[in-house]
Design a protein around this ligand. Structure first.
Ligand SMILES: [Zn+2]
Length: 296
């Protein structure tokens, strides 16, 4: 039997010299079998390549590996995961073998491995149920370089500055800054277009955003939606949404409304243009309610 044809490499665009980005579609992961929903990227140094997020299924990871190979013969030396969400990490296994027998370092926040361990079963169930895809155990790789605080990686005359953040979008958010082009890979600490999804701490996320705002950035690459040079202006819509969420939930708590009533009454501000709000706004209210219920 002939070997199956390799799937087409993902489409990538060069945002800045050596900075390549693939934009995922603006859909919920595995809805309508959508596995290519997160933004993925790679940065090419003189010695090797760093991949930043690997996609929502093993097949997407393979297609990203194909995209890297079309751009450069250099090996992938780091595969960085921005946080433990399935649309960003289920392609990791595609890079496990490395090229020429040298496996890359797998890099993520120090809390990433525990988050994956707690969720891998439900991710596997969703892949099978909604996509007919069986997740093999080797497709969830071991993190070889956990990051707490800040770490610099060298790709050969090109440095990436990684920073592990306190709990915000999730408890394992990590950003990557390419020092050469000031390109900042935000993971899901920033959503563009796609409604922000709260899976960490609302107050923590707002605090992280005010720190991010102070960074010197030329190109901002969100986890979902279009990359932009409009920094820090690009943060404003998400900040307004999260602040409104905080305000609304605090008011509901003051008015002694129950979680069920609060979620049932959920409305987005008039004129809201967020995509996928029907999937995620009520979920965000639920998460914010649980968090803010216990504040002083
Ligand atoms: Zn996420």
């Amino acid at each position: 039997m002939a070997a199956p044809l390799a799937a087409a490499p993902l489409a990538v665009q060069q945002l800045a010299p050596g900075v390549w980005v693939h934009q995922g579609v603006q859909q919920a992961w595995m809805e309508g079998r959508a596995d290519d929903v997160a933004n993925l990227a790679f940065v090419v140094g003189e010695r090797c390549v760093a991949v930043i997020d690997s996609g929502g299924s093993p097949a997407v990871g393979e297609r990203l590996r194909g995209a890297v190979a079309q751009v450069t013969p250099l090996p992938v030396c780091y595969v960085i995961s921005t946080h433990a969400h399935p649309d960003h990490v289920l392609g990791l296994g595609a890079f496990a073998a490395g090229n020429g027998g040298n496996p890359p370092q797998f890099v993520a926040h120090s809390r990433f491995a525990a988050a994956v361990a707690a969720r891998q079963r439900s991710w596997g169930n969703a892949l099978l149920r909604d996509g007919g895809i069986t997740l093999q155990s080797q497709e969830l790789v071991t993190i070889t370089l956990p990051v707490a605080g800040e770490v610099e990686l060298d790709l050969g005359n090109r440095k990436l500055a990684l920073r592990a953040w306190p709990t915000g979008h999730t408890d394992s958010d990590l950003t990557v800054l390419d020092l050469q082009t000031r390109s900042l890979f935000l993971g899901d600490l920033v959503f563009v277009g796609h409604l922000p999804v709260l899976d960490g701490k609302l107050k923590g996320w707002l605090a992280v955003m005010s720190e991010l705002q102070r960074l010197d950035v030329a190109f901002a690459i969100p986890g979902h939606g279009a990359p932009t040079r409009d920094w820090p202006v690009m943060l404003a819509p998400q900040q307004a949404y999260l602040e409104a969420l905080q305000r609304d939930v605090r008011k509901a708590l003051r008015d002694r409304r129950s979680l069920a009533q609060t979620v049932q009454d959920a409305v987005l501000p008039a004129g809201s243009t967020w995509l996928l709000a029907e999937h995620f706004h009520r979920r965000n209210l639920t998460a914010a309610f649980a968090e803010l219920e216990w504040e002083d």
